[in-house]
Design a protein around this ligand. Structure first.
Ligand code: GTQ
Length: 352
């Protein structure tokens, strides 16, 4: 689709209406309503060994308290200055040193934590602490008070994933700080998995908010599920064995906007090329391999973070048994009826 020819007469007209804050659609239509997704984001990998020293350096420069959140933002090279890892999502690496507290605040954005290094630090959500270990996936639901602290003796580094770009597209951001560093703790550590993860809820219980009431999904359980499944389930050609994290009270994704996944790829497995409209952020937990994104190879190992933008075709190759965590905005896209995928050379499919 090409824009119509510009004649002097037309140009003059465009300049006239430009002064009235108007523009001709036919000049911009093909870039506006594209035949298929065109993302400004590009494929990229952050090797953990490369970025770790800088995350630790930040720890010498500023305290968690002064920074409020001491995070190095992972900016997609196609979107520098925008604090985005995909077009719609934010990601960063947060460092909490022993004894530090990242003070309590709340915001309308949803946040996830994926634990990359360390163990024993906590996130507190509305008065409940959860202790985090490597590979755990932890949620901070919208508008819940949260602070982070590290009572262990080692630094902890986790990846934050937030829907800030989506929230800001809608111009719906609210945020406030709590008066104290820590929101008062009123429930036992890890209470929510006990209350909501055992297939019962109190009689008369009603769901509050739009997130899973469970906010820590430990790696040990997810890993066990995948290991059991490998004995009884077929490997999916595009994904190996892939599970999605759910809100057990609805079966929907655990968060309203962000979908999260964990997958197992067995040694020497090569997946069939795949693409979907949700730009994906991957972080391998175990194993090494590579992912070809639009034909370009990205070599990965544990704790690396790489991004596959919307509608880029990709496939994985695992050199050894590999486990990959990933997240995307699929939860939001699905609710809006926008999500589509394509497996290999199959036709593009959209769920009914
Ligand atoms: O931990 O609440 O990386 O509010 C960016 C914004 C983390 C957090 C980030 C945040 C947080």
């Amino acid at each position: 689709m090409e824009a119509p020819t510009k004649t002097p007469e037309r140009e003059k007209f465009y300049n006239t209406i430009d002064e009235k804050s108007m523009t001709p659609l036919w000049e911009v239509l093909s870039g506006l309503v594209t035949k298929e997704p065109v993302s400004p984001a590009v494929p990229h990998i952050w090797k953990f060994a490369d970025v770790r020293p800088h995350v630790l350096q930040a720890g010498e420069l500023i305290t968690a308290k002064e920074a409020e959140r001491r995070v190095l933002v992972l900016e997609n090279p196609g979107l520098r200055g925008d604090s985005r890892i995909t077009h719609s999502l934010y990601a960063g690496l947060q460092l909490i040193k022993p004894g530090e507290i990242a003070p309590a605040h709340r915001h309308t954005a949803s946040a996830l934590r994926f634990i990359i290094e360390g163990g024993g630090a906590y996130t507190a959500v509305d008065g409940e602490k959860t202790i985090m270990e490597e590979g755990d996936f932890v949620i901070t639901p919208p508008w819940t008070w949260h602070d982070h602290g590290n009572e262990s003796d080692r630094p902890m580094i986790w990846m934050d994933g937030l829907d800030v770009p989506l929230v800001n597209t809608f111009d719906t951001s609210f945020a406030e700080n709590y008066d104290e560093d820590e929101f008062p703790v009123t429930r036992p550590v890890n209470y929510s998995p006990t209350q909501y993860g055992h297939n019962v809820v109190p009689v008369g219980w009603e769901r509050k908010g739009h997130c899973s009431p469970i906010f820590n999904y430990p790696y040990a359980s997810t890993r066990e599920t995948l290991e059991k499944m490998r004995q009884y389930e077929e490997w999916d050609a595009c994904h190996g064995l892939k599970v999605q994290y759910i809100d057990p009270t609805t079966g929907d994704f655990a968060m309203p906007t962000i979908a999260t996944f964990m997958q197992l790829l067995p040694k020497d497995f090569t997946t069939t090329p795949y693409r979907s409209t949700d730009g994906m952020v991957f972080s391998p937990v175990e194993g090494t391999g590579r992912t070809y994104i639009n034909g370009q190879a990205f070599e990965w190992g544990p704790k690396d973070i790489f991004v596959v933008p919307s509608w880029c075709s990709y496939h994985h190759e695992a050199d050894e048994d590999a486990v990959l965590f990933s997240f995307s905005d699929r939860a939001a896209q699905s609710k809006l009826g926008l999500w589509r995928e394509q497996r290999g050379n199959d036709p593009v499919s959209a769920p009914a």
